[in-house]
Design a protein around this ligand. Structure first.
Ligand SMILES: Nc1ncnc2c1ncn2[C@@H]1O[C@H](COP(=O)(O)OP(=O)(O)OP(=O)(O)O)[C@@H](O)[C@H]1O
Length: 296
Protein backbone atom coordinates (compact mmCIF):
# COMPACT_ATOMS: atom_id res chain seq x y z
CA UNK A 1 0.00 0.00 0.00
CA UNK A 2 1.27 3.45 -0.96
CA UNK A 3 -0.19 6.28 1.16
CA UNK A 4 0.50 9.79 -0.06
CA UNK A 5 -0.38 12.13 2.80
CA UNK A 6 -0.61 15.93 2.58
CA UNK A 7 2.14 16.13 -0.02
CA UNK A 8 3.16 19.57 -1.22
CA UNK A 9 5.89 20.32 -3.76
CA UNK A 10 7.01 23.83 -4.65
CA UNK A 11 9.81 24.86 -6.96
CA UNK A 12 11.71 28.12 -6.98
CA UNK A 13 10.85 29.89 -10.25
CA UNK A 14 12.84 27.92 -12.82
CA UNK A 15 15.84 29.34 -14.63
CA UNK A 16 17.14 27.62 -17.75
CA UNK A 17 20.51 25.97 -17.11
CA UNK A 18 21.60 26.78 -20.65
CA UNK A 19 22.72 23.17 -21.00
CA UNK A 20 21.36 21.21 -23.90
CA UNK A 21 20.08 17.66 -23.57
CA UNK A 22 22.86 15.15 -24.14
CA UNK A 23 23.31 14.55 -27.83
CA UNK A 24 22.45 10.84 -27.53
CA UNK A 25 18.97 11.79 -26.28
CA UNK A 26 19.63 10.22 -22.88
CA UNK A 27 16.85 10.96 -20.44
CA UNK A 28 18.60 11.47 -17.10
CA UNK A 29 15.47 10.37 -15.23
CA UNK A 30 16.02 6.70 -15.96
CA UNK A 31 19.63 6.60 -14.79
CA UNK A 32 18.65 8.56 -11.68
CA UNK A 33 15.63 6.34 -11.00
CA UNK A 34 17.71 3.20 -10.54
CA UNK A 35 20.55 4.71 -8.58
CA UNK A 36 21.04 6.55 -5.34
CA UNK A 37 23.77 8.63 -7.00
CA UNK A 38 23.19 12.29 -6.01
CA UNK A 39 24.96 13.58 -9.19
CA UNK A 40 22.53 11.68 -11.44
CA UNK A 41 19.62 12.89 -9.31
CA UNK A 42 20.84 16.49 -9.65
CA UNK A 43 21.22 16.10 -13.45
CA UNK A 44 17.65 14.73 -13.69
CA UNK A 45 16.36 17.70 -11.69
CA UNK A 46 18.22 20.18 -13.98
CA UNK A 47 16.70 18.42 -16.99
CA UNK A 48 13.20 18.57 -15.42
CA UNK A 49 13.69 22.27 -14.63
CA UNK A 50 14.69 22.95 -18.26
CA UNK A 51 11.58 21.14 -19.44
CA UNK A 52 9.53 23.17 -16.94
CA UNK A 53 10.97 26.39 -18.41
CA UNK A 54 9.96 25.13 -21.82
CA UNK A 55 6.45 24.50 -20.42
CA UNK A 56 6.27 28.08 -19.07
CA UNK A 57 5.38 27.22 -15.50
CA UNK A 58 3.01 29.70 -13.84
CA UNK A 59 5.01 31.48 -11.13
CA UNK A 60 2.92 32.59 -8.15
CA UNK A 61 3.25 35.94 -6.37
CA UNK A 62 5.56 34.37 -3.75
CA UNK A 63 8.07 33.48 -6.51
CA UNK A 64 7.37 29.74 -6.35
CA UNK A 65 5.69 27.27 -8.66
CA UNK A 66 3.30 25.23 -6.51
CA UNK A 67 3.33 21.99 -8.47
CA UNK A 68 1.54 19.87 -5.81
CA UNK A 69 -0.77 21.04 -3.02
CA UNK A 70 -2.11 18.77 -0.27
CA UNK A 71 -2.15 15.54 -2.27
CA UNK A 72 -3.81 12.62 -0.45
CA UNK A 73 -4.00 9.32 -2.32
CA UNK A 74 -4.02 5.67 -1.24
CA UNK A 75 -2.92 3.05 -3.76
CA UNK A 76 -3.68 -0.55 -2.80
CA UNK A 77 -1.31 -3.43 -3.55
CA UNK A 78 -2.02 -4.96 -6.96
CA UNK A 79 -4.13 -2.00 -8.10
CA UNK A 80 -3.86 -0.32 -11.48
CA UNK A 81 -4.16 3.29 -10.36
CA UNK A 82 -4.48 6.11 -12.89
CA UNK A 83 -3.31 9.66 -12.25
CA UNK A 84 -4.77 11.89 -14.92
CA UNK A 85 -4.66 15.61 -15.63
CA UNK A 86 -3.99 18.19 -18.29
CA UNK A 87 -0.50 19.37 -19.14
CA UNK A 88 1.06 21.10 -16.13
CA UNK A 89 -1.41 19.57 -13.62
CA UNK A 90 1.46 18.03 -11.64
CA UNK A 91 1.36 14.38 -12.77
CA UNK A 92 5.08 13.98 -13.47
CA UNK A 93 6.02 15.84 -10.30
CA UNK A 94 3.78 13.50 -8.30
CA UNK A 95 5.25 10.37 -9.84
CA UNK A 96 8.77 11.72 -9.31
CA UNK A 97 8.01 12.28 -5.62
CA UNK A 98 6.80 8.67 -5.33
CA UNK A 99 10.18 7.29 -6.43
CA UNK A 100 11.99 10.17 -4.70
CA UNK A 101 13.56 11.72 -7.78
CA UNK A 102 12.01 14.79 -6.15
CA UNK A 103 11.51 15.10 -2.38
CA UNK A 104 8.19 16.57 -1.28
CA UNK A 105 8.45 20.07 0.21
CA UNK A 106 6.21 18.69 2.98
CA UNK A 107 3.99 15.68 3.65
CA UNK A 108 4.81 11.98 3.67
CA UNK A 109 4.83 9.05 1.30
CA UNK A 110 4.34 5.84 3.23
CA UNK A 111 4.96 2.46 1.66
CA UNK A 112 3.57 -0.41 3.72
CA UNK A 113 3.34 1.97 6.66
CA UNK A 114 6.92 3.30 6.47
CA UNK A 115 7.67 6.92 5.51
CA UNK A 116 10.19 6.75 2.65
CA UNK A 117 10.71 10.47 2.02
CA UNK A 118 13.94 10.71 4.01
CA UNK A 119 15.64 7.62 2.58
CA UNK A 120 19.19 7.97 1.23
CA UNK A 121 22.18 5.84 0.26
CA UNK A 122 21.67 2.06 0.22
CA UNK A 123 18.12 2.34 1.63
CA UNK A 124 17.18 4.65 -1.26
CA UNK A 125 18.70 2.26 -3.83
CA UNK A 126 16.83 -0.66 -2.25
CA UNK A 127 13.57 1.32 -2.35
CA UNK A 128 14.11 2.15 -6.04
CA UNK A 129 14.50 -1.54 -6.79
CA UNK A 130 11.01 -2.03 -5.34
CA UNK A 131 9.60 0.83 -7.44
CA UNK A 132 10.49 0.59 -11.15
CA UNK A 133 9.64 3.20 -13.72
CA UNK A 134 8.86 3.41 -17.42
CA UNK A 135 8.86 6.67 -19.37
CA UNK A 136 7.23 8.28 -22.41
CA UNK A 137 10.60 8.42 -24.16
CA UNK A 138 11.53 4.89 -23.04
CA UNK A 139 14.83 5.95 -21.39
CA UNK A 140 16.82 3.20 -23.10
CA UNK A 141 20.60 3.45 -23.27
CA UNK A 142 21.29 4.02 -26.97
CA UNK A 143 24.80 2.49 -27.02
CA UNK A 144 23.75 -0.74 -25.31
CA UNK A 145 22.05 -3.75 -26.84
CA UNK A 146 18.50 -4.65 -25.90
CA UNK A 147 19.82 -7.43 -23.64
CA UNK A 148 22.30 -5.11 -21.91
CA UNK A 149 19.52 -2.57 -21.38
CA UNK A 150 17.41 -5.20 -19.62
CA UNK A 151 20.46 -6.25 -17.56
CA UNK A 152 21.17 -2.65 -16.51
CA UNK A 153 19.20 -2.82 -13.21
CA UNK A 154 21.36 -5.79 -12.15
CA UNK A 155 24.48 -3.75 -12.92
CA UNK A 156 23.09 -0.76 -11.02
CA UNK A 157 22.19 -2.98 -8.04
CA UNK A 158 25.37 -5.00 -7.67
CA UNK A 159 28.01 -3.61 -10.04
CA UNK A 160 28.00 -6.78 -12.15
CA UNK A 161 25.82 -8.89 -14.44
CA UNK A 162 25.91 -12.66 -13.83
CA UNK A 163 25.00 -15.47 -16.25
CA UNK A 164 21.89 -16.01 -14.14
CA UNK A 165 20.99 -12.33 -14.61
CA UNK A 166 21.42 -12.67 -18.40
CA UNK A 167 19.22 -15.77 -18.46
CA UNK A 168 16.56 -13.90 -16.46
CA UNK A 169 16.77 -10.91 -18.84
CA UNK A 170 16.30 -13.25 -21.83
CA UNK A 171 13.25 -14.80 -20.13
CA UNK A 172 11.81 -11.31 -19.65
CA UNK A 173 12.50 -10.40 -23.28
CA UNK A 174 10.63 -13.57 -24.27
CA UNK A 175 7.79 -12.54 -21.95
CA UNK A 176 7.40 -9.22 -23.79
CA UNK A 177 7.71 -10.96 -27.17
CA UNK A 178 11.17 -9.67 -28.07
CA UNK A 179 13.46 -12.64 -27.44
CA UNK A 180 14.83 -12.45 -30.97
CA UNK A 181 15.80 -8.76 -30.57
CA UNK A 182 18.25 -9.36 -27.71
CA UNK A 183 21.27 -8.35 -29.80
CA UNK A 184 19.61 -5.38 -31.52
CA UNK A 185 20.16 -1.77 -30.51
CA UNK A 186 17.30 0.55 -29.48
CA UNK A 187 17.61 2.56 -32.73
CA UNK A 188 16.67 -0.62 -34.64
CA UNK A 189 13.32 -0.96 -32.83
CA UNK A 190 9.90 0.66 -33.26
CA UNK A 191 8.49 2.81 -30.45
CA UNK A 192 6.23 0.01 -29.22
CA UNK A 193 9.15 -2.43 -29.19
CA UNK A 194 11.30 0.06 -27.26
CA UNK A 195 8.58 0.36 -24.63
CA UNK A 196 8.40 -3.43 -24.38
CA UNK A 197 12.17 -3.48 -23.71
CA UNK A 198 11.63 -0.84 -21.03
CA UNK A 199 8.91 -3.01 -19.46
CA UNK A 200 11.23 -6.05 -19.45
CA UNK A 201 13.91 -3.86 -17.82
CA UNK A 202 11.40 -2.60 -15.24
CA UNK A 203 10.56 -6.20 -14.32
CA UNK A 204 14.21 -7.24 -13.89
CA UNK A 205 14.38 -6.57 -10.16
CA UNK A 206 10.90 -8.01 -9.50
CA UNK A 207 9.45 -4.67 -8.40
CA UNK A 208 6.34 -4.31 -6.24
CA UNK A 209 5.32 -1.16 -8.12
CA UNK A 210 5.82 0.09 -11.69
CA UNK A 211 5.35 3.81 -12.26
CA UNK A 212 4.29 4.37 -15.87
CA UNK A 213 4.86 8.04 -16.81
CA UNK A 214 2.92 8.70 -20.05
CA UNK A 215 4.15 5.29 -21.23
CA UNK A 216 1.98 5.25 -24.35
CA UNK A 217 1.89 8.97 -25.22
CA UNK A 218 4.52 8.62 -27.97
CA UNK A 219 2.87 5.55 -29.54
CA UNK A 220 0.29 5.00 -32.28
CA UNK A 221 -3.11 3.51 -31.26
CA UNK A 222 -2.18 -0.07 -32.16
CA UNK A 223 1.10 -0.03 -30.21
CA UNK A 224 -0.72 1.74 -27.36
CA UNK A 225 -3.18 -1.15 -27.11
CA UNK A 226 -0.36 -3.73 -27.23
CA UNK A 227 1.49 -1.99 -24.38
CA UNK A 228 -1.65 -1.49 -22.26
CA UNK A 229 -2.62 -5.15 -22.68
CA UNK A 230 0.92 -6.25 -21.79
CA UNK A 231 0.89 -4.09 -18.65
CA UNK A 232 -2.54 -5.39 -17.62
CA UNK A 233 -1.49 -9.02 -18.18
CA UNK A 234 1.71 -8.52 -16.16
CA UNK A 235 -0.35 -6.94 -13.35
CA UNK A 236 -2.62 -10.01 -13.31
CA UNK A 237 0.23 -12.52 -13.52
CA UNK A 238 2.55 -10.98 -10.93
CA UNK A 239 0.30 -8.79 -8.76
CA UNK A 240 2.62 -5.82 -9.35
CA UNK A 241 0.96 -2.48 -8.59
CA UNK A 242 0.81 -0.13 -11.59
CA UNK A 243 0.62 3.65 -11.24
CA UNK A 244 -0.39 4.98 -14.65
CA UNK A 245 0.28 8.67 -15.32
CA UNK A 246 -1.61 9.87 -18.38
CA UNK A 247 -3.55 12.74 -19.93
CA UNK A 248 -5.80 10.27 -21.78
CA UNK A 249 -9.12 9.07 -20.36
CA UNK A 250 -8.98 6.35 -22.99
CA UNK A 251 -5.91 4.87 -21.27
CA UNK A 252 -7.60 5.13 -17.86
CA UNK A 253 -10.75 3.43 -19.16
CA UNK A 254 -8.76 0.60 -20.78
CA UNK A 255 -6.64 -0.52 -17.86
CA UNK A 256 -7.17 1.34 -14.58
CA UNK A 257 -9.22 0.18 -11.59
CA UNK A 258 -9.08 3.50 -9.74
CA UNK A 259 -8.18 7.03 -10.75
CA UNK A 260 -7.26 10.42 -9.27
CA UNK A 261 -7.84 13.53 -11.34
CA UNK A 262 -5.27 16.31 -10.86
CA UNK A 263 -5.84 19.95 -11.71
CA UNK A 264 -3.29 22.68 -10.95
CA UNK A 265 -1.52 20.51 -8.42
CA UNK A 266 -4.62 19.38 -6.52
CA UNK A 267 -6.66 16.18 -6.57
CA UNK A 268 -10.10 17.36 -7.69
CA UNK A 269 -11.72 13.92 -7.87
CA UNK A 270 -10.82 10.29 -7.14
CA UNK A 271 -12.54 6.94 -7.01
CA UNK A 272 -13.21 3.82 -9.03
CA UNK A 273 -12.95 4.28 -12.78
CA UNK A 274 -16.53 3.03 -13.21
CA UNK A 275 -17.87 5.69 -10.81
CA UNK A 276 -15.74 8.57 -12.10
CA UNK A 277 -16.72 7.81 -15.69
CA UNK A 278 -20.43 7.37 -14.87
CA UNK A 279 -20.77 10.41 -12.60
CA UNK A 280 -17.88 12.84 -13.08
CA UNK A 281 -18.06 15.52 -10.38
CA UNK A 282 -15.25 17.93 -11.24
CA UNK A 283 -15.18 20.21 -14.27
CA UNK A 284 -11.63 19.01 -15.02
CA UNK A 285 -12.89 15.42 -15.22
CA UNK A 286 -15.69 16.41 -17.59
CA UNK A 287 -13.21 18.23 -19.80
CA UNK A 288 -10.92 15.18 -19.87
CA UNK A 289 -13.92 12.99 -20.70
CA UNK A 290 -14.80 15.35 -23.54
CA UNK A 291 -18.15 16.12 -21.84
CA UNK A 292 -18.06 19.88 -22.09
CA UNK A 293 -20.52 22.25 -23.58
CA UNK A 294 -18.20 24.53 -25.55
CA UNK A 295 -20.94 27.12 -26.03
CA UNK A 296 -21.92 27.35 -22.35
N1 LIG B 1 12.00 21.30 -11.76
C1 LIG B 1 11.02 22.20 -11.88
N2 LIG B 1 11.27 23.50 -11.64
C2 LIG B 1 10.27 24.41 -11.71
N3 LIG B 1 9.00 24.14 -12.04
C3 LIG B 1 8.71 22.85 -12.29
C4 LIG B 1 9.69 21.82 -12.24
N4 LIG B 1 9.10 20.64 -12.55
C5 LIG B 1 7.79 20.93 -12.80
N5 LIG B 1 7.56 22.25 -12.64
C6 LIG B 1 6.27 22.94 -12.82
O1 LIG B 1 5.31 22.27 -12.01
C7 LIG B 1 4.05 22.20 -12.68
C8 LIG B 1 3.65 20.73 -12.83
O2 LIG B 1 4.52 20.12 -13.79
P1 LIG B 1 4.42 18.59 -14.18
O3 LIG B 1 5.50 18.33 -15.19
O4 LIG B 1 4.38 17.79 -12.96
O5 LIG B 1 2.99 18.54 -14.89
P2 LIG B 1 2.39 17.39 -15.78
O6 LIG B 1 0.97 17.25 -15.35
O7 LIG B 1 3.23 16.18 -15.70
O8 LIG B 1 2.49 18.05 -17.22
P3 LIG B 1 2.77 17.34 -18.64
O9 LIG B 1 1.57 16.49 -18.93
O10 LIG B 1 2.90 18.52 -19.57
O11 LIG B 1 4.05 16.57 -18.48
C9 LIG B 1 4.22 22.90 -14.02
O12 LIG B 1 3.82 24.24 -13.86
C10 LIG B 1 5.72 22.80 -14.25
O13 LIG B 1 6.17 23.82 -15.10
Amino acid sequence: MISIKHVYKSFAAPKASGKKRRGDGTDMSYAASVSGNPALGAAAVVQAADEAVEALAPVEADGFVHALSDINIEIADGDIFGIIGMSGAGKSTLVRTINLLERPTSGTIEVDGRDVTALSGEELRAYRRRVAMIFQNFGLLAQKTVLDNVCFPFLAASGKVTEENRARALELLDRVGLGEKARSYPSQLSGGQKQRVAIARALACEPEVILCDEATSALDPKSTNTILKLLRDINRETGVTLVVITHSMDVVEKICDNVAVLERGRVVEQGSVAKVFAEPQAEATRVLLGKVDWDA
